[in-house]
Design a protein around this ligand. Structure first.
Ligand code: ADP
Ligand code: MG
Length: 487
């Protein structure tokens, strides 16, 4: 890039398409599942046979409301569907049914981090188009209509994003949220999350936005970040040369990591939007919306701040444990079950989950809550460590897997069986220390003459003779007292 005479700021607005995980399509009864053989999910409605009529999928509407509530949107009690007219082979009706004038959700926002809140303009429901497959033969395109009519939510943000990194963060958070809410698998490889990225640049400090370019149909977070980086460099270069940025629609070439012009503004589509006469407006009552709100799970951000403030977990743990709903809910279950020991056990609970239970469950193809050990037992397990009965390393190395293999056992009995209970019994320790001191009188004398470093030697002897079961902290304390006490 040539040297810039001014610093520039990149401004980005996103149009994010989320494929909803309903069983059937948004206006038709055929399956909305991914991965069938081409054109298996093609009812006469999807194929736009004359005389067929669309009928709104109640679940798709409910999912839209869930996301709207989670993002603090206003739920529009009077929304409606419009026809967006254009001709393309993967669009059998010759129009897409979408919400133009009266979308289901208005406003709202997503908090990216403590300082950054991205405002949402609106969220609307629409149907997906089919898929055109361009194979080796340049004289033809193949059409798969399985995807035609799959429900989509389009999240349109205000131009509040300022960097490629924020775009990645935003998409990541939305993916986490739609999975959390159970409304989409958020699977980018299968096209469940696709974005149009609107990019402009302006000189830092300027109030007015620059002219934007829209980069269409990006199907990965990495590509979305790359498209923003490329576009902002391209536009800055243009401005630095004294040229203008054209308002245009661009495509993204993943191989080369560049964007290219698809159509300029004067060739922009006129979609001739009008209300779809086949679909009545969607009229909701506050009571219906409230019923959906009442069934919402606690949100990741709410749980994260609760883990932080109510249980005193470190921020990194709180974030990590609220990435996926099953993990977060199980964390909450353990924390709540620990009652007034919650703050003391919070960090050990987090460690146990992150380092042991979660990897174990992943390996066994289970959700964390499906591990065979009960919450009560996990708390007993942690109390064994907290009380110094079993060392943390012994618990993690041996007791953990033993408990997973004998999920009906009491952790303490298991520790006894494994012979890993630490000797914190003072009589036993006194005895051991006396033995060691008697066996090494010259070292005791040397210690008393100032060779304090010998403490390590004595500790080593004690650990060896107790076969690693002496509670190291207690043994060291007792040992020091005995050594210091001049005979
Ligand atoms: P249109 O009606 O042409 O689709 P919108 O005003 O609805 O345009 O905006 C579409 C998207 O473009 C929104 O996500 C919005 O935030 C974004 N956007 C609008 N203006 C700019 C700009 N100057 N720079 C970057 N993004 C922008
Ligand atoms: Mg638009």
């Amino acid at each position: 890039m040539p040297t810039q005479t001014h610093p520039y700021e990149t401004v980005i607005g996103l149009e994010l398409h989320v494929q909803l995980g309903t069983k059937s399509k948004i206006f038709a009864p055929d399956s909305a599942a991914f991965g069938a053989n081409p054109n298996e999910h093609t009812s006469i409605v999807t194929l736009a046979h004359p005389g067929t009529l669309p009928r709104l999928n109640r679940k798709a509407l409910e999912y839209a409301i869930r996301l709207g509530l989670a993002l603090g949107c206003e739920i529009n009690l009077h929304s409606a569907f419009d026809r967006k007219n254009y001709f393309y082979a993967d669009l059998p009706k010759g129009y897409q049914i979408t919400q133009d004038k009266h979308p289901i959700c208005i406003g709202g926002s997503l908090q990216l981090d403590a300082d950054t809140r991205i405002r949402i303009h609106h969220i609307h429901l629409e149907e997906d188009a089919g898929k055109s497959i361009h194979d080796q033969d340049p004289t033809r395109s193949l059409i798969d209509l399985n995807r035609a009519g799959v429900p989509l939510l389009e999240i349109v943000t205000e131009p509040d994003l300022r960097s490629a990194a924020q775009v990645g963060q935003f998409m990541e958070k939305i993916r986490q949220l739609v999975r959390w809410l159970g409304i989409s698998d958020g699977n980018m490889e299968e096209g469940s999350l696709r974005s149009d990225v609107n990019v402009s640049v302006r000189k830092s400090g300027e109030k007015a936005y620059g002219q934007r370019a829209e980069v269409k149909n990006i199907n990965s977070m990495r590509f979305a970040r790359k498209a923003v980086e490329f576009e902002s460099e391209r536009q800055i270069e243009l401005l630095e040369k004294g040229d203008k940025v054209e308002q245009e629609t661009r495509g993204f070439d993943p191989q080369q990591g560049i964007t290219f012009s698809l159509r300029e503004k004067e060739y922009a589509h006129d979609y001739r939007y009008f209300p779809d006469p086949d679909l009545p407006p969607v009229v909701l009552t506050q009571v219906q919306v409230q019923a959906i709100a009442d069934q919402m799970p606690p949100l990741p951000a709410q749980l994260e701040s609760r883990f932080l403030s109510a249980f005193g977990l470190p921020a990194s743990d709180a974030e990590l444990l609220t990435q996926e709903r099953p993990v977060a809910m199980y964390t909450l279950e353990l924390l709540e079950a620990s009652g007034d020991r919650a703050t003391a056990l919070a960090k050990p609970i987090a460690n146990l989950l992150i380092q042991k239970i979660k990897p174990w469950c992943e390996e066994h193809g289970l959700e964390v809550s499906e591990n065979p050990v009960t919450t009560t037992q996990w708390l007993q397990f942690l109390e064994l460590i907290a009380g110094g009965k079993v060392s943390a390393s012994m618990a993690n190395q041996r007791l953990f897997s033993a408990l997973m293999e004998n999920p009906e056992a009491h952790p303490e009995e298991l520790a006894v069986r494994l012979n890993i209970v630490q000797q914190s019994d003072q009589n036993v320790l006194d005895e051991l220390i006396a033995q060691v001191m008697a066996d090494f009188p010259d070292k005791v004398a040397a210690f008393r003459n100032g060779k304090k470093g010998l403490l390590g030697f004595f500790m080593g002897e004690i650990m060896k003779r107790s076969k690693g079961k002496a509670d190291p902290k207690q043994a060291a304390d007792l040992l020091e007292v005995k050594l210091e006490a001049k005979a």
